[in-house]
Design a protein around this ligand. Structure first.
Ligand code: UDP
Ligand code: MG
Length: 313
């Protein structure tokens, strides 16, 4: 039986792109040996995207349309798609022609070579200066802070094998940053370089507010450094407080004429309490960090392969 490749397209107000996208992806994938499935996830579009998608589904039986109850955001729209695809591999792509459909073929080629996650990495991008600048800053910060290595200049455009997909489906965190999840999951992965186009029609569904939310999810979801920072500050300030207390005592004992009555006691109390508070916040922070890890409920490990186990074992 032929294998099945699924495509996931998140759709938010893309009426100007849907026809062209479907036409292009159909043409580009015509030569593939595998069966195909195109999953379009309508993420609460306010234009006539849904009508266009429904008519696509009528014309092409390989099309599946998932209509979400409201706008849930790009990351959740993709997740909904990943949850229902049936393919042996799935390709995640933007629907505005920024991710060139031809590149999907290269991703599929690498999958044939045995890779589980093939991510498309931007060699160049046609975006506003503001977008490029903020994206660059974001990747720098993220890489400095993150506990896992998240590849630079990659979006969600990637191919995922059935094996990696089954694993990724176990991640049920609400504030999602898919790129981070894939990095966290591991598996045999490889990058494919591509030139990212400008958006074909319509306007971005990622205004600054959503970009900030995504960036926060990326950093908060994949770094515990901000919490560790509290502990470090606590230690630093406690040391300073200790020196301050010594100074106050020395002044009080050896230069009593310089000490205003009550000064020593007041200074000692302030420094002691301040230092203690930060240290304790650090301790609470460590527990909060652990609680956070537990509630995310991520899978504990992924298995690339098991060798030597027989079917009847
Ligand atoms: N998108 C979505 N829900 C949203 C915003 C965007 O499903 O709330 C989709 C959108 O239709 C597109 C992809 O996510 O297919 C990327 O969005 P967009 O092109 O607007 O972002 P940008 O490329 O400007 O970062
Ligand atoms: Mg776009």
């Amino acid at each position: 039986m032929a294998q099945l490749i699924s495509f996931v397209f998140p759709i938010y107000n893309e009426s100007g792109n849907i026809e062209l996208l479907h036409e292009t992806i159909t043409r580009v994938t015509a030569e593939l040996q595998e069966d195909l499935e195109f999953v379009y996830v309508n993420d609460g579009s306010r234009d006539d995207s849904l009508e266009l998608l429904k008519s696509l589904a009528e014309r092409d039986e390989r099309v599946v349309v998932v209509d979400l109850s409201r706008n849930h955001g790009h990351q959740l729209a993709v997740t909904a798609g990943l949850d229902i695809v049936r393919g042996d591999a799935v390709v995640i792509m933007d629907s505005d022609m920024q991710d060139p459909p031809e590149v999907a073929l290269e991703l599929i080629e690498r999958w044939h070579e045995g890779y589980d996650v093939v991510y498309a990495q931007r060699r160049t991008r046609q975006d506003t200066f503001f977008k490029k600048f903020t994206a660059d800053m974001f990747y720098r910060t993220l890489n400095a802070l993150s506990d896992v290595e998240i590849p630079r200049d990659t979006g969600d455009f990637r191919l995922v094998s059935r094996k990696a997909l089954d694993h990724i489906r176990k991640y049920r965190e609400h504030d999602r940053f898919l790129r981070g999840m894939f990095a966290h999951a591991g598996f045999k992965h490889v990058a494919v370089q591509f030139d990212r186009h400008a958006r074909h029609a319509g306007e971005t569904g990622y205004p600054l507010k959503k970009m900030i939310k995504l960036a926060t999810d990326g950093i908060m979801g994949f770094s515990s450094k901000p919490l560790a920072l509290i502990s470090q500050m606590g230690a630093g300030f406690s040391l300073l407080a200790f020196l301050g207390i010594l100074y106050a005592l020395v002044v009080r004992l050896f230069f009593p004429t310089h000490a205003v009555p009550g000064w020593t006691f007041t200074v000692i109390v302030i420094l002691l309490v301040g230092g203690l508070q930060l240290v304790m916040m650090g301790i609470i922070g460590s527990y909060v960090g652990r609680i956070y890890t537990e509630v995310k409920g991520r899978p504990l490990y992924g298995i690339q392969e098991i060798y030597g186990r027989r079917e009847d074992d």
